[in-house]
Design a protein. Structure first.
Length: 166
């Protein structure tokens, strides 16, 4: 890869369509929500969702400890929450960064404003360099708005991915 221009790699990887969601995590009394774009379904039986999480993130530690996470899909018309959730979230009562949550069947937070959500139990964690790929089996799900378009990275000015810059 050393011969490939970093800017070219970044331009191409930023063109990969990515859903944008809030990844919910919890371990004991510590709750978090994190903006997430590296996410995909990888199996039909069992239904497995892969989420690639930076090993330095609070969410990584919480998922590693609890072995559960939630995927909260958001409305494309309201991408403002993603900026606030790029850093560890503040919990007050049953809110994270002032967004209402509830405890899911797994104990991880579900965002009440999500248009749909999945609850996952980690079946495998794979070290993939700067990130860990958590393979979560879907154990619960719900839809709050079946008509809304799911937010994607392309709905924002955000960029995440490409090549790590030193």
């Amino acid at each position: 890869m050393s011969d490939l221009p970093i800017e070219l790699i970044n331009k191409v990887t930023w063109k990969i369509p990515n859903a944008l969601c809030l990844l919910g995590s919890r371990s004991g009394d510590e709750w978090n929500g994190m903006t997430q774009s590296w996410l995909t379904q990888v199996s039909m039986e069992p239904v497995l969702i892969a989420a690639s999480v930076d090993r330095k993130a609070v969410t990584h530690r919480l998922i590693d400890e609890s072995r559960v996470f939630t995927v909260n899909l958001w409305n494309a018309e309201d991408t403002r929450p993603f900026v606030k959730f790029s850093k560890p979230a503040a919990k007050e009562g049953m809110t994270l960064n002032e967004r209402p949550i509830r405890e899911g069947a797994t104990g991880a937070p579900i965002f009440e404003e999500a248009i749909a959500y999945l609850e996952c139990e980690v079946r495998e964690a794979i070290d993939v360099g700067t990130h860990t790929l958590f393979l979560g089996e879907v154990v619960a799900a719900g839809i709050n708005d079946d008509e809304a378009e799911v937010a994607a990275m392309s709905h924002t000015r955000m960029k995440y991915g490409g090549v790590k810059r030193h």
